[in-house]
Write a new protein. Structure first.
Ligand SMILES: [Zn+2]
Lengths: 484, 481
């Protein structure tokens, strides 16, 4: 059924930057330490404490903004976002408001072969709040405990334009955002641990309408799957409201992942007036062109352009190039293997076939591949052994599996497992004789001039040796013997 | 021995000659506090044990003939809005009545590093909001010159302590005159440095873009010495200036002949007390006699200063004071029903009237729909006020004006009328708005024997010139201890 509505969606994502210390103090950002272990007067908002900017965080944020094709504001400004909450120690969050770090960027998404550019309105920096612990204590029915380890951890907020038209597009946008941030090594993209969080602004309107419908803001969507589900639910809900003659109310709604629906959290009237104003404790954040250049020089190739280059440079299909650039680590793995072996396509096949299957079976994190015992050098070594005919493709599969299990070098595996090629002339002669005896007819045909079946004899010899015979020796002996 | 008759430099010289021990001095300070502070109420808390311990250590070093720091063994008092580790820091507020910070303010740390001995923490208007120290959440500090009068504010305890001889140097903070007004009312010297000259780390914020720590003492020389010690870049304050600190003390006696002094006509208007005017004019003649040139100048945006100040300062304050919510430290009023109720009760009981008034004012100024008309406009006027000064300093080196339009007023006289209280700051709020340094020096007394302060202002980071010009004045006018 084609309904006459289209969804208009914008995403607001928070990404935690991978700095060692917090945004405005030197406390550690380590996840999982005992509550309040990583705190100081600054991140506890004690009277008289003042923020001091962490330049590494700015470098990472600039990287992200450049990676999202943003224009960097040469002078951006810190602003205070004022609201009361127990885990917000100063009663305000240091964020950026009307002068964000970056603006006017975009992310390219591709769905069903169609490319679409989703605008990135702004990328700004801010500090995280602490965490309220409502459960897990003997008096949790009466008390809430507070953990400020997260207070002051650097975040970037990435706000998209309302260019997204479906939950699938939202999913793809998010996936590409995550991929870019991971490539840049500025965020680990972990939605479970909250290092990547996402809110969605959703409205619907009749196709062809220019005016935007009333939007709702969806919060608490903590996984890719939920983003899709929550948006689908909300779009459906809004259409139903309109179809039944009602009006969508501007409000904030919470995604309930158990009941798989959104519920009203607060109305527009109850919305906070954050009373943003420039933070007088911090000077303007100046990012001059020199700094931007230095950062640009340190930036890796991003997934989009790497994918395109892989297609051209290594003659890979769009699909293969896409898979091989899923993460920077995997793309690096492929490219190094391709260079070492000189056989890009073969390398791609091995990685996409056997290796990715092993990784999947063993839950190896594709982001760093640290769980992989196979190195590009080992894989390239194996590929060249196959190339030289030292081992057959069949034996290579065995070697691959063994490499993955033991982390041993392919040559070592071949020697240890007795997979070494047979180069002994007498031994091969014996097998050749046997093959010729068993196949009198092909021998006759060959001798009558149908030399095209030479490969058949090679195959038979290889079969008889489990692929271990030295193909060159086999060729020589076969030719001599077949000549009669 | 009474500190009223001695200055820090002379005290250090006496130590050096072994004529006096730090222990004797500190002991006598506490005797004096016990005797006089019952009436003056300058101190909120003291640290006798630690101070005596430090004095004993100092004496050992003096006896060993070790070289002494510039403020070795000098008893100092600290306004109670600066943190000192393990000492309560109340900011004159009930909401922080029992708050003990885990760290020490940079300025205090530097004073101690120069040998000074902190004897106690002084009373102030709650969160430095006030001009009389009547807004303290604990008690009113009285003017040592006349106990029925206010000491000025908000650093009233610091000025009163210096004037009554219970410390030689005291740190105050100035947001809209809070160092200079009490210095004027109590007949002592007080300097508000250039914004950024002294680290604000550990100074509990009232209005972050205006607040600045500075010394109060009986002489310009002591102020110069203390300022030299506490000034300079601090990594922990991003607004502190990475500017070299000149040798203020060494340069005090540089000749001032030919210095151009501007007299802003907007400061000599109706409302300026006749006796204050007479003394200030006498002060102008002293400068003429010293060979300075007087020029009438204009600071045309002065009339908007009060409105501008009370928008910017309160807006920042409304945000700065949001952290006192009863959640992590300080007062928490129990509430059965909800978190909101706990916030409300805590802030209702913890804050005094004036603080609440300013939080409301500032919240309003920042609210959606009002921001442009109030806060943003105030920022623009602030720029105009700064431009006034920049233009003036193209013509003159120093600007001279009264510190306050009146002498110390009576306790209770203005508490019922906040606006008249705000207007008493009229001469001391433009300088923080412009970020320039200003000093108040005694220039005589009125017929009721109440001190009058003469204010001098200079361009950004011109404290050296400012102190020199003030030093010559106090010498020539005979206003020295
Ligand atoms: Zn910290």
């Amino acid at each position: 059924m084609i309904h006459p509505y289209e969804a208009v969606i914008g995403l607001e994502c928070h990404a935690q930057l991978l700095t060692k210390s917090k945004l405005f103090c030197s406390c550690s950002t380590k996840f999982g330490d005992p509550p309040n272990a990583n705190t100081c007067p600054v991140c506890l908002g004690l009277p008289g404490a003042l923020p001091v900017l962490n330049r590494v965080a700015v470098t990472m944020a600039v990287k992200a903004a450049i990676g999202l094709n943003c224009t960097i504001n040469p002078e951006s400004q810190w602003a205070r976002k004022n609201y009361f909450y127990p885990d917000l120690p100063k009663g305000y969050q240091i964020s950026q408001y009307d002068r964000p770090l970056g603006h006017h960027g975009f992310i390219e998404i591709k769905l069903e072969g169609k490319q679409k550019r989703i605008g990135v309105q702004r990328v700004h920096m801010e500090e995280d709040a602490g965490k309220s612990l409502h459960e897990g204590f003997p008096d949790s029915n009466r008390s809430t405990y507070l953990d400020f380890n997260r207070s002051g951890v650097p975040l970037i907020e990435i706000v998209s334009d309302p260019d997204i038209r479906s939950s699938a597009q939202a999913y793809d946008y998010l996936a590409r955002l995550k991929q870019i941030l991971e490539y840049l090594d500025v965020c680990d993209g972990n939605m479970d641990e909250g290092s990547l969080r996402c809110d969605a602004n959703v409205s619907v309107r009749k196709f062809g309408d220019q005016k935007l419908g009333t939007r709702t803001e969806l919060k608490n969507i903590n996984s890719f799957r939920f983003v899709q589900k929550a948006i689908d639910y909300e779009v459906h809900r809004q259409i139903e409201v309109i179809e039944s003659g009602g009006q969508v109310v501007q409000e904030t709604r919470l995604w309930n992942s158990v009941e798989e629906r959104t519920v009203s959290m607060r109305s527009k009237e109850e919305a906070h007036d954050y009373r943003y104003f420039p933070d007088p404790d911090l000077p303007l954040l100046v990012v001059d062109s020199e700094w931007i250049k230095t950062i640009q020089r340190s930036m890796p190739e991003l997934p989009e352009s790497r994918r395109e280059r892989f297609e051209k440079e290594y003659a890979l299909s769009e699909y293969d190039a896409g898979v091989l650039t899923t993460t920077r680590a995997l793309a690096d793995f492929f490219e190094e293997t391709a260079k070492l072996s000189g056989h890009a396509k073969t390398a791609a096949n091995w990685i996409m076939g056997d290796l990715l299957r092993f990784y999947k079976d063993n839950n190896v994190d594709l982001k760093d591949l640290s769980g992989s015992r196979v190195t590009p050098r080992m894989l390239a070594g194996m590929i060249s052994l196959v190339d030289k005919g030292t081992i057959s493709g069949k034996i290579a599969k065995t070697v691959m599996e063994e490499m993955y299990k033991s982390g041993k070098d392919p040559l070592q595996i071949i020697e240890e497992k007795g997979l070494l090629q047979i180069s002994n002339t007498a031994e091969i002669e014996k097998i050749v004789n046997q093959v010729l005896e068993e196949n009198p007819k092909p021998v006759e045909q060959y001798r009558l001039g149908k030399t095209g079946n030479f490969g058949f004899f090679v195959g038979q010899v290889m079969k008889a040796t489990g692929g271990r015979a030295n193909p060159q020796t086999v060729n020589e002996i076969l030719k001599k013997r077949l000549a009669g | 021995m009474n500190l009223r008759n001695i200055t820090a430099d002379k005290l250090v010289a006496l130590y050096q000659n072994r004529d006096l021990t730090a222990s004797e001095v500190i002991t006598s300070v506490y005797d004096d506090i016990e005797r006089t502070d019952k009436e003056v109420h300058a101190f909120l808390s003291n640290c006798r044990e630690r101070a005596l311990e430090e004095a004993r250590r100092m004496d050992t070093r003096i006896a060993a003939g070790e070289p002494l720091e510039p403020l070795a063994g000098v008893p100092v008092a600290i306004k109670d809005n600066m943190t000192i580790r393990d000492m309560t820091t109340t900011c004159g507020s009930r909401i922080l009545e029992n708050y003990v910070p885990p760290y020490t303010a940079t300025a205090v740390e530097r004073l101690r590093g120069a040998g000074a001995i902190v004897v106690g923490k002084t009373n102030c208007d709650e969160f430095a909001m006030g001009s009389s120290t009547e807004n303290s959440g604990f008690f009113v500090t009285r003017n040592p010159h006349n106990l029925d009068r206010v000491p000025g504010g908000s650093s009233g305890g610091s000025a009163a302590s210096v004037a009554s001889g219970t410390s030689l140097i005291a740190l105050g903070s100035d947001t809209g005159g809070s160092i200079r007004t009490p210095a004027a009312f109590c007949g002592v010297v007080g300097i508000k440095p250039t914004y950024g000259r002294v680290s604000r780390y550990g100074l509990v914020a009232f209005a972050s873009s205006l607040d600045q720590i500075g010394p109060i003492a009986k002489s310009v020389r002591e102020c110069a010495q203390a300022l030299e010690v506490i000034s300079g870049f601090d990594h922990f304050d991003s607004t502190s200036a990475d500017t070299a600190v000149p040798e203020f003390v060494k340069n005090l006696d540089q000749p001032i002949k030919g210095i151009r002094i501007g007299i802003p006509k907007e400061y000599f208007v109706a409302g300026l007390d006749a006796e204050v005017r007479t003394k200030i004019e006498a002060g102008m003649r002293i400068y003429e006699d010293l060979g300075c040139e007087l020029h009438e100048i204009s600071l045309p945006h002065t009339e908007y200063a009060i409105a501008t100040y009370y928008l910017i300062a309160t807006a920042e304050a409304s945000s700065n004071l949001a952290r006192y919510d009863g959640v992590r430290y300080g007062l928490r009023e129990a509430a059965d029903s909800s978190l909101q109720e706990m916030y409300r009760r805590t802030r209702h009981h913890g804050f005094g009237q004036e603080v609440k008034r300013r939080i409301l004012l500032g919240t309003y100024a920042l609210s959606a729909g009002y921001y442009d008309a109030y806060y943003l406009k105030a920022l623009k006027v602030r720029t105009l006020i700064l431009r006034d000064f920049q233009k003036a300093f193209e013509q003159v080196d120093i600007i001279l004006a009264p510190t306050s339009p009146t002498v110390a007023f009576k306790i209770g006289e203005k508490t019922g009328d906040p606006l008249s209280m705000y207007l008493s700051d009229i001469f001391t709020i433009t300088q923080p708005l412009a970020g320039i340094p200003a000093i108040s020096v005694p220039c005589g007394k009125n017929s009721e024997n109440l001190p009058i302060g003469l204010q001098l202002m200079a361009n950004h980071f011109q404290e050296g010139l400012l102190l020199g010009v003030a030093h010559h004045f106090e010498k020539a006018g005979g206003f020295v201890v």
